[in-house]
Design a protein around this ligand. Structure first.
Ligand code: SOE
Length: 386
C-alpha cells in the first residue's frame, strides 16, 4: 500500500515521539507504506493547535470522535493517558480503523482482553507501543538467543530505574493517579521489562512480588502532565494511590528464573532500562542509557581473553543499521519509535499483523495483574489463574 492516513490522539511526550517517527519514516524507510500526518487530537484546543503546527500535522481536532467519522483516516494512534485507551480503541475498531496504542494497553486485564477481542472481531491491524524491542542492541540479544548462541537460559534479570519523583514535593501528576494510569512504576516501567522478557525469554509460569509507595501524599498538581512538573509546598496535598516501586520474581515456562525491579526512586538513574541474561554458553547485558551497545560474553572464548566484550550494534550486520548512518555513528531514543512504526507500516497491504500487538499487550497485562494479586494475597500466583 502506498500510504496510510493517521489520526493521532495525544500530543504531549508520546505524541511528540510518534510525530517525529511519522515524519522520519518516508525519509529513512521509503520502501514501507507512507504515514500521512492528517489530524492530531487533544482536548486543549490551543495546545493541540500549537502541536499540530510544530510537529507538522495537516490539521487538528479537539474531540477524538471526529477522527472516527472521517473516511480519510485509516489508522488511529492512541497515546493519551491509559484511562482513555479502551473507549477510543473499542470505538476505533467498531469504525474499522487500524489502531496503534501506547502501553500499558489498558487499566486492567479485563479491559485489555475486551480491546483485543474488538480488534480481532473488526479484522483491523493492531499494535502496542513496546518500543524498546526495536533497539538494535536488544535485537542482537534476541538473535543470539534464537540462534542458541547463549545455550540454555538460566537467568533473566531486569531493572528499570528512574528518579523523577524522588522529591516529595513532586506533584500528583496523572501518572501517580490509579484511576488514570492503572498503576505506578509497575505498569509504566515494569510493563516494558515484562514485554522484553516475553520477547527474549518466553512465557512465564508464576510470579511473586512486593511493592511500596514511599511518599504517601503529594501536592495537588497545577497541571496534570510532565515528568519535570513542579509542586508547591503551600498547595493542598492528596494521597498517592499507585506504587512507587514494584519488584517481582518469576519462573519462566522454559525453566529460567526471572527477577524484575521497577522504581521511580533510584536517584541518579534517569532511564536505566537494563537486563542481563545468563545462559550455559554465555551472557548478555544491556543498558538503555548506552542503547547502542550490547555487552556479550561467550564461555568458549580463549581463556586469556575471556570477559565481556562491548559490541556496538551499528554495523550492517545489525538490525535497522543500513537505514541509518555508517558504522559507529550511533542512534537514539527516537529511533525506537521510528522502528516500531515501520513495523506497523510494513503490514499494510499484507495479511500479517504487526508485532507486538494487542495479544502481547494482554500477555503483559496478565503478568502485571498476577504480580498485583500476589502482592495482595502474599503468595505465588500462576499466570494460568489469570
Ligand atoms: C516515564 O516513566 C516513561 O516515559 C515511560 O512512560 C515510558 O514508557 C518509558 O519508556 C520511559 O519513561
Amino acid at each position: 500500500m502506498k500510504q496510510i492516513n493517521v489520526g493521532m490522539v495525544g500530543y504531549k511526550f508520546m505524541g511528540k515521539a510518534h510525530s517525529a517517527a511519522y515524519r522520519a519514516i518516508p525519509m529513512f524507510f521509503p520502501q514501507v507504506t507512507k504515514p500521512v500526518m492528517k489530524l492530531i487530537c487533544g482536548r486543549d484546543e490551543a495546545g493541540v493547535k500549537q502541536a499540530a503546527e510544530q510537529f507538522g500535522w495537516e490539521g487538528y481536532v479537539s474531540d477524538w470522535r471526529e477522527l472516527l467519522k472521517r473516511d480519510d483516516i485509516d489508522l488511529i494512534d492512541i497515546n493519551a493517558p491509559s484511562n482513555a485507551h479502551k473507549e477510543i480503541a473499542l470505538a476505533a475498531a467498531k469504525a474499522g480503523k487500524h489502531i496503534f496504542c501506547e502501553k500499558p494497553l489498558a487499566l486492567n486485564l479485563a479491559d485489555s482482553r475486551e480491546m483485543l477481542e474488538a480488534a480481532e472481531a473488526a479484522g483491523i491491524k493492531h499494535m502496542i507501543g513496546f518500543n524498546y524491542r526495536f533497539t538494535p542492541a536488544v535485537l542482537l540479544a534476541k538473535k543470539l538467543l534464537d540462534e542458541g548462541r547463549l545455550g540454555q537460559i538460566y537467568h533473566f534479570r531486569a531493572w528499570f530505574l528512574q528518579d523523577w519523583i524522588v522529591d516529595p514535593m513532586f506533584p500528583l501528576v496523572w501518572r501517580l493517579d490509579k484511576e488514570i494510569a492503572g498503576s505506578g512504576s509497575h505498569g509504566d516501567l515494569g510493563a516494558h521489562l515484562i514485554d522484553l522478557a516475553h520477547f527474549l525469554i518466553g512465557g512465564m509460569e508464576e510470579v511473586i512480588g512486593m511493592s511500596e509507595t514511599f511518599i504517601k501524599e503529594r501536592p495537588i498538581a497545577e497541571s496534570m502532565t510532565g515528568l519535570s512538573a513542579k509542586g508547591s509546598a503551600d498547595a493542598p496535598k492528596g494521597p498517592v494511590n499507585v506504587d512507587d516501586a514494584t519488584l517481582f520474581l518469576s519462573r519462566f515456562t522454559n525453566g529460567a528464573l526471572g527477577s524484575f525491579e521497577a522504581t521511580r526512586f533510584a536517584p541518579g538513574h534517569r532511564c536505566t532500562n537494563s537486563f542481563e541474561i545468563n545462559g550455559s554458553k554465555g551472557s548478555v547485558k544491556f543498558d538503555f542509557e548506552r542503547m547502542n551497545e550490547l555487552q556479550v560474553y561467550f564461555t568458549d572464548d580463549a581463556a586469556d581473553v575471556q570477559g565481556f566484550r562491548r559490541v556496538l550494534a551499528t554495523d550492517p550486520a545489525h538490525a535497522y543499521a543500513d537505514a541509518w548512518w555508517p558504522p559507529g555513528h550511533t542512534i537514539g531514543y527516537e529511533q525506537t519509535f521510528i522502528h516500531e512504526l515501520v513495523g506497523m507500516m510494513e503490514c499494510f497491504g499484507t495479511d500479517s499483523q504487526p508485532v507486538p500487538n494487542f495479544v502481547d499487550g494482554v500477555k503483559c497485562q496478565e503478568v502485571l495483574e498476577a504480580v498485583e494479586r500476589s502482592i495482595d494475597q502474599r503468595r505465588w500466583v500462576k499466570i494460568s489463574e489469570m
